[in-house]
Design a protein around this ligand. Sequence first.
Ligand SMILES: *Cc1c(COP(=O)(O)O)cnc(C)c1O
Length: 383
Amino acid sequence: MRATQALIHLDRLQKNIAAVRNRIGPKPLICMPVKADGYGHGAIPVAHEALSSGVAVLAVASVQEGIELRKAGITAPILLFSIPLPEELDDLAAATLSPFVADKDSATALAAAADRAGVRLPVHLKIDTGMGRVGCRPEAAAALAAYLVSLPSLHYVGTATHLARADALSADAMAYTQKQLARFTQALDAIRTAGFDTGIVHAANSGAVFLHTDAYFDMVRPGIVLYGYPPSEELASLVQLEPVMELRTAVVFIKKVLSGTPLSYGGTWIAPADRMIATLPVGYGDGLPRALSGNLQVLIRGALYPLAGRICMDQCMVDLGPDTDVRRWDPVTVFGGTGEALTAGDLAAKLHTIPYEITCNINKRVPRVYCAGVGKCSITDCL
Ligand SMILES: *Cc1c(COP(=O)(O)O)cnc(C)c1O
């Protein structure tokens, strides 16, 4: 197998699930989003591990993602967060995904697809309380609930909203979340007053799991914390998590360069003195952002070394210093390892983005290697 691999530490996923369970107490269900191929970790193995570690419900963003889970034999409920096209509804119904419904037209079309498939399709009523993405207005929720209940081929099983600022500590953000939760609660009351059962009520993403106990309701939907990252840097100290993805590669070439030698495209790095240089077979063609050129350190034999020069499509270079104990074929951790290794959160911070984007962007050229934990894993140096 290729030197560049994403090790997926499933034992760390287990620990992160346990940390969330510990935080929320025994009652709320856990729904784990495995959209975008499990935030880049591989949706199917992550889903299997999650379901055997106490997660009850999965969530995806596209019908295709849901179908892949069903093909892998997964029978757990699968929420569909994003709006499907009309031509996707028959496949959605055949796979018995549970879509968010935010308007009557969608409900009508889903009911027709469910009829054609001969299934009763579970649906969740989605209320927009301040995210501005998908959902009905809170004042329209009771009428939509009535409409869902009137369609025999739909089964109204849940009511949800999504929080826009639950990962921030500022007074403004806290107040905004409270306002969203108040609107949500009002809509839930209106649905109940109209005589309908809201089903499973859910709102909390990762931020809310750690900051907003009153957002737990019947189920929480944390994604990024289960993959091992706080949803924002300001929550980092609140949350003890273990990064599930470790991006590994290897030293495939070592050479000495003389003082004044330029490296890589554009010659932006020039050896300040005689230097030992390693070449790694990883680049932006694997999803390692080129914008990290000159701004990344990788871990080799327990020590951090800086990249030298621009990151290429398939390779990059490392400055090992004037003399080195690093040897050809030594393993290299780019992020997500133990010890001094950087995390996807560190890479994200350098790029003014979020760890979600770093792990999602590690693409399909990088094989995922699943690791069940110390003593249960065939990967050398797996810790
Ligand atoms: C992605 C997503 C989540 C999970 O968000 P995290 O920030 O990863 O916890 C929860 N709910 C919805 C609707 C989402 O789209």
